[in-house]
Design a protein around this ligand. Structure first.
Ligand code: SF4
Length: 193
């Protein structure tokens, strides 16, 4: 672990290589798992504001789940998560003709309908953020459904932190990312001595 400002960063996000391989995984992260994606308090308010604009992009099953359970759910420890359809896929998931899961929020964003891309937790994945009182932990999350992303990342030699550069800048800013990049260069030069 090393520190950048008020974040504690795991070396795993430098060491582990990762590039999503949608053909192999079919976007399973929107479908698998026991819970929805983490959503921040600020994002719950954004969802409330933009829901009418997202609706045309959602599946009817998704709309039904959102109407029944709400735009987000709250887990037993009080954290917000995206709503699920029948405890399975995310209510905001849509599927293309190849059966690959995509995000309806992102679809609306790509069409220029809204300016919110998707929850930051989805944007950052496989990096997970844990907020503590004074520090924020930045960790790599291993999930077997992403094994092919590790294979592709290794073939392309792209470390995880570079793969999610846009999301890291969205979360922590450009200056923080540049500091991380410098730290990574130093880390690799020492490691490869
Ligand atoms: S995060 Fe994992 S499951 Fe989701 S699209 Fe990437 S490789 Fe596939």
């Amino acid at each position: 672990m090393f520190q950048i400002g008020k974040t504690i960063v795991s070396e795993d996000i430098l060491d582990r290589e990762f590039v999503c391989n949608l053909k192999a995984c079919k976007g399973s992260c929107c479908v698998e798992g026991e819970a929805g994606a983490p959503v921040t308090l600020e994002e719950t308010k954004i969802l409330e504001k933009i829901i009418d604009k997202i609706k045309p992009y959602l599946r009817k099953e998704g709309i039904k789940a959102l109407e029944k359970q709400g735009l987000y759910t709250t887990n037993p420890i009080g954290e917000f998560e995206t709503t699920l359809v029948n405890d399975k896929e995310c209510a905001y998931a849509i599927f293309d003709t190849d059966g690959i899961a995509k995000c309806a929020i992102e679809e609306a964003y790509n069409k220029g309908v809204i300016n919110f891309k998707k929850p930051i937790s989805c944007h950052l994945y496989p990096i997970r953020i844990q907020e503590y009182k004074t520090l924020t932990a930045v960790n790599y999350h291993a999930w077997p459904i992403c094994d092919e992303a590790c294979v592709l990342g290794k073939a392309l030699k792209i470390p995880t932190y570079q793969f999610v550069k846009e999301a890291l800048i969205r979360k922590f800013g450009e200056t923080w990312y540049n500091e991380l990049d410098v730290a990574a260069e130093e880390y690799f030069s020492i490691k490869n001595r």
